[in-house]
Design a protein around this ligand. Structure first.
Ligand SMILES: *Cc1c(COP(=O)(O)O)cnc(C)c1O
Length: 216
């Protein structure tokens, strides 16, 4: 099937409460355009330079989602245009986003990435640090925390995956009591999005199921 057929078929299976980020990292601009022509407007990238190059060349009504780990010194390259930064996991990074958003006279939406996977990973905020980070973010006027993001362990054990998504969903439910602007729970990729949706994801990030396998 072609990319546009994949998009149309994939979207037909999703309920309206779940938004689809088409993860286009490593893929050529022609692939993104094909998805665009099928109506897709939200794309996810994990390298700031690659995202900025695609942003320059592709239609301006695309929403660009930074889904990868962000180095503080590179925020400035995406601050003029990025729609949502999914993987914020420190106050230092949030303060730099504030600084660059202000310079560009914008407000930038962010998700806090929570470390939910039991496997070893450097990325994501330990859940117990979430309340303090949310509180600190209130002093940053050009940053809006829109919700939470997480990645489950890379494992064939689907019970484990479900358990991790459940954990993230319960944290999300706690935060929305205090922060009603938090409406996004970003979890689920090609291999586990169905479980993520069952557990309450409002946004899924799907790459290979739409664009095919990546060659690095
Ligand atoms: C690459 C990536 C995805 C998409 O992965 P697929 O398995 O190709 O769907 C989703 N989220 C993040 C953070 C990624 O880096």
């Amino acid at each position: 099937m072609s990319i546009s057929e994949n998009i149309i078929e994939f979207k037909s299976t999703l309920s309206e409460s779940v938004s689809l980020i088409a993860v286009s990292k490593t893929k050529p601009q022609s692939d993104l355009l094909e998805a665009y022509q099928a109506g897709q407007r939200a794309f996810g990238e994990n390298k700031i330079k690659e995202m900025a190059e695609k942003w320059e060349k592709l239609p301006k009504d695309i929403d660009w989602h930074m889904i990868g780990h962000v180095q503080t010194n590179k925020v400035k390259y995406m601050a003029p245009f990025v729609h949502l930064i999914h993987a914020v996991d420190s106050l230092k990074l949030l303060k730099e986003i504030q600084k660059q958003a202000l310079k560009n006279n914008r407000t930038i939406g962010c998700l806090i990435q929570i470390r939910i996977a039991e496997e070893e990973t450097k990325f994501g905020l330990p859940p117990e640090e979430l309340p303090l980070l949310l509180l600190a973010a209130e002093d940053l006027p050009n940053v809006t925390i829109r919700g939470l993001m997480g990645m489950a362990s890379f494992t064939a054990n689907l019970n484990q995956v479900r358990k991790e998504f459940k954990h993230l969903a319960s944290l999300y439910k706690e935060t929305i009591k205090v922060y009603p602007k938090n409406t996004i729970l970003s979890m689920g990729m090609s291999g586990d999005y169905e479980i993520a949706i069952e557990e309450g994801a409002t946004m899924i990030r799907v790459g290979s199921k739409i664009f095919g396998e990546r060659n690095y």
